[in-house]
Write a protein that binds this ligand. Structure first.
Ligand code: PZK
Length: 278
């Protein structure tokens, strides 16, 4: 097994023809990884993503090979997946206005080339979910918005239309299930890859709080920043410390660790309808 990539909170290994995607217990806030892990976070997000792959299988096939055939040291928090030719765009669906989508709307009235009606504010629900792809910028900075036409130019009209349709369908399914259980999925980022035979497969992790914006439905209030389902305790605590949001971050106090872990457990249980057991 060969380590090939470290993200802020995940690791990628190559094992023969497969990849292992390993989720750690690390958490990041304001793009900074905290020194204190959240126990079981990697396992919770892995199990949620695997649950979604199964739920979404009638919409799109996926890269999952096994969630159990992984090295013992990663047991429960890794998947074995097929190594794919990745689509060079992040496929994002948005049902609400937040983050970079909000900033782009405020500057231009559109997001990734999709025009939106005037008068929307931070946290507004959109008239209908929109496909807002981004493309990775080489210098390690944040992703840049891409128009649908740019996706067409890169992958062809047929694949671009399929990416858009699949992304919106996965978002609809996810938002409906989470929404029925008190969690708004404001947006979600999907990654797709191409198998050897040319089929598009859903890859990466799916509909987790790390790949999506989850908001508690009971305090959704457009016109202000929304509360993050998972990281709100960390953000509130960080604001009270006077930390300047630059590394290194301070250690989390135990009560913030406990409360944050409980939010990941709660999201898992609300969405899947099953009790979290390690
Ligand atoms: C792949 N990433 C992003 C994911 C990270 C980084 N099935 C695949 N085949 C080839 N490459 C990838 C995948 C997937 N998924 C995904 N980078 C490469 C990524 C997980 C953890 F740190």
């Amino acid at each position: 097994m060969r380590h090939v990539y470290s993200g802020k909170v995940r690791e990628v290994y190559v094992d023969g023809a497969d990849l292992l995607l390993v989720a750690t217990d690390r958490v990041s806030v304001y793009d900074v990884v905290l020194p204190t892990p959240i126990p079981d976070k990697g396992a919770l997000l892995t199990r949620l993503s695997v649950w979604w792959f199964d739920q979404l299988a009638d919409i799109v096939a996926n890269h999952l090979v096994s969630a159990t055939d992984v090295p013992a040291e990663f047991a429960g928090r890794a998947i074995r997946c097929r190594r794919l030719e990745m689509v060079r765009f992040e496929c994002i669906a948005r049902g609400y206005l937040a983050g970079s989508g909000l900033r782009e709307y405020q500057a231009t009235g559109a997001v990734s080339g999709v025009p939106l009606p005037p008068g929307l504010v931070e946290g507004s629900r959109l008239p209908a979910p929109i496909f807002t792809p981004t493309t990775k910028v080489s210098d390690g900075g944040h992703d840049a918005p891409a128009t649908f036409e740019q996706v067409v130019a890169a992958v062809g009209v047929e694949t671009a239309e399929r990416l858009r349709a699949l992304t919106l369908e996965v978002y609809r399914r996810g938002a409906e299930r989470a929404g029925a259980n008190g969690i708004i999925v404001a947006d979600t980022k999907l990654e797709f890859g191409m198998a050897e035979d040319g089929t598009l497969l859903l890859a990466d992790e799916v509909l987790t709080p790390d790949s999506s914006r989850f908001w508690p439905a009971d305090d959704w209030s457009p016109g202000r920043p929304q509360h993050a389902y998972d990281k709100q305790f960390v953000r509130d605590w960080a604001a009270g410390t006077g930390w300047d949001k630059k590394p290194p971050a301070p250690e989390l106090p135990p009560e913030v660790v406990t409360a944050t872990r409980a939010r990941y457990v709660d999201a898992y249980e609300k969405i899947t309808g099953s009790v979290w057991r390690t």
